[in-house]
Write a protein that binds this ligand. Structure first.
Ligand code: G6P
Length: 486
């Protein structure tokens, strides 16, 4: 038996004005991964995220109806709103996310005062609610795959409750290096690390993030790190962290994009329609495409500033290129995200004012989430701009080359996990370097068609080498293997 635990589950509900509930199923690596186990296998434990979810749990109880989940067993936890707020918006998204993505701006931030302490208690309670639910759901000896920074205390809490289980933790984010992780109050830093070390395996998207985690364990806890043999270049199976008499193996599982799904979905009629509309708007001009959540770490503002430098410094592109920027709302409960969203719109408008002409709009910005339109933009992209400050992996960089029609030149931040696998054929940039990013955009736009197509083909091959199904099954197999060794 396999259990998955994550904050955001595979289904979400919206509550209509007439009180009706509509269930919407999401996608992503975990959903395809679990489906690889076979129809109906596994149980997913997640949190109720909004009023629709809460209403659904109130109506049907925590085990959601199969009709809403496509047969997937889902237990949705209705965490008290104040606890959820402190855990999710407070600790998870404003503290741990910030630390791992290097988003704090000193000297004014962060301030870890009494409000933070209240949030930390909420985070502990929220993690305990997950551990309780998992302990109830799991059959003897089951494998439990705990996801991400929302649930870093769950592995140790679950081990206390159910020592028979095989527990894995997976971080979808980068991991901060010790000097930056050390910003957290000592007690909290220690609890986060000890929480994850409650797992049998702690896994990451790249070796760089796994190494940073191990270095934090050594620096903060004085844990003993076995860095494995220098020749073991592949999965970090040989490496481990030992603390308090227990050993936790470190794993690396890079997540790739799902070629089969993308190649089908991107050529369905609704995508064709949106592609026609975009082509009509943009004409024969070149396109620089970006698609992100409006997320501070995605570095959308510096991307726009680099584009402005491109137009200012390489006047030949004026009138001949359009920056198609899709920036979809995310975490809008946080004031800093709302301010960032406003800044993205303001700057796009400013660039259009400065350079636009009667028949040319330099930036086409869309902020309303539309997956079919994103796929249409993927297909028409000449250049893809993916310039995060830091990113665990970044799947957009791994999706665009797969469906691009004419081959895409990828301008990619060297701080994205995807750079480890795509670095040979992408144009790598320092995400803070505006001049360097503008030059990379110029190079990408100027790349001969043949070179662009050849690079794009190699990017697509590298991007799909580890599809979500094997990414997931490999993790289950690694936990199974532990079991056999006892
Ligand atoms: C990242 C995190 C996920 C999270 C997603 C969307 O990819 O690793 O855990 O679900 O962002 O963020 P949200 O806060 O909307 O769930």
């Amino acid at each position: 038996m396999v259990l998955v635990a994550s904050n955001r589950g595979p289904v979400s509900y919206t509550l209509g004005e007439d009180g009706s509930l509509t269930a919407r199923r999401g996608g992503g690596g975990l959903v395809s991964g679990l489906s690889a186990l076979g129809q109906g296998a596994g149980t997913w434990v997640c949190a109720a995220l909004g009023e629709g979810d809460r209403a659904a749990v109130a109506r049907s109880g925590p085990r959601l109806p199969a009709a809403d989940t496509g047969g997937q067993a889902v237990r949705m936890l209705d965490i008290p709103p104040g606890t959820f707020e402190g855990a999710y918006n407070g600790i998870a998204n404003s503290v741990l996310w910030f630390v791992h993505h290097l988003l704090y701006q000193t000297p004014l931030e962060p301030v870890f005062d009494t409000a933070f302490e209240a949030q930390w208690s909420a985070y502990a309670a929220y993690n305990a609610a997950f551990a309780d639910a998992l302990a109830t759901e799991a059959e003897p000896g089951a494998a439990v795959l705990v996801q991400d920074y929302h649930l870093s205390l769950v592995p140790s809490l679950l081990r206390e409750r159910r020592p028979d289980l095989r527990i894995g933790h997976f971080s979808h984010t980068p991991w901060a290096p010790p000097d930056l992780f050390g910003v957290l109050p000592d007690a909290v830093a220690g609890e986060v690390l000890r929480g994850i070390l409650g797992a049998d395996r702690a896994a990451f998207l790249t070796r760089r993030w796994a190494d940073a985690f191990a270095a934090c364990c050594a620096a903060t806890l004085g844990a003993e790190v076995d860095w494995g043999s220098a020749t073991a270049a592949g999965p970090a199976g040989a490496r481990s962290v030992t603390f308090g008499g227990r050993r936790t193996l470190l794993g690396v599982h890079g997540l790739g994009s799902d070629a089969e799904f993308l190649r089908k979905r991107a050529f369905e009629p609704d995508v064709d329609e949106r592609l026609a509309a975009l082509r009509e708007q943009i004409g024969a001009r070149r396109t620089i495409v970006r698609v992100d959540r409006t997320e501070l770490s995605k570095n959308i503002v510096r991307g726009l500033l680099a584009y402005r430098r491109l137009l200012a410094g390489h006047a030949q592109w004026r009138g001949r290129v359009v920056h198609v920027a899709f920036a979809y709302p995310s975490r809008q409960d946080l004031a800093v995200y709302r301010a960032y969203t406003a800044e993205v719109s303001r700057l796009a408008g400013e660039i259009n004012e400065e350079f636009g002409t009667a028949d040319w709009t330099p930036v086409v910005l869309h902020v309303k989430d539309d997956f079919a339109r994103s796929l249409a933009a993927y297909r028409m992209a000449d250049v893809a701009l993916v310039n995060p400050i830091r990113d665990g992996m970044n799947l957009v960089a791994k999706e665009i080359p797969v469906v691009s029609e004419r081959g895409v030149a990828l301008v990619l931040s060297r701080e994205a996990g995807a750079a480890e696998e795509l670095g040979a054929d992408a144009l790598l940039v320092n995400p803070y370097d505006l001049a360097g990013t503008a030059e990379a955009l110029h190079r990408a736009l100027s790349m001969p068609d043949e070179e662009r197509a050849a690079r794009s083909e190699r990017l697509a091959a590298a991007a799909t080498a580890l599809p979500p199904q094997s990414w997931f099954l490999d993790q289950v197999a690694a936990l199974d293997a532990l079991d056999r060794k006892g």
